[in-house]
Write a new protein. Structure first.
Length: 77
């Protein structure tokens, strides 16, 4: 066989083997460990309520500051 053809076939084989190996590694990595035993014992309901309450409070403060800024800018004109 021609040397160029042999080199091309080797490169194609290496590329195919690398693609297959990386595909298998990606498939195994997406599965991840099973943490359902740890997460099922924790109740996130109160944490979610607290986070939403704080977010709502920050939104109210932002709206109040923005409204005051707009009101003061109207008075300056």
């Amino acid at each position: 066989m021609n040397q160029a053809i042999v080199r091309g076939l080797r490169k194609a084989g290496v590329i195919a083997a690398t693609a297959t190996a990386s595909g298998l590694a990606a498939a195994q990595a997406t599965a991840g460990p099973d943490m359902s035993g740890l997460t099922s014992a924790v109740d996130f309901g109160t944490v979610t309520t607290a986070v939403l309450a704080i977010a709502g409070l920050l939104a109210v403060v932002y709206v109040a500051v923005k409204g005051a800024t707009i009101g003061l800018s109207m008075l300056k004109k």
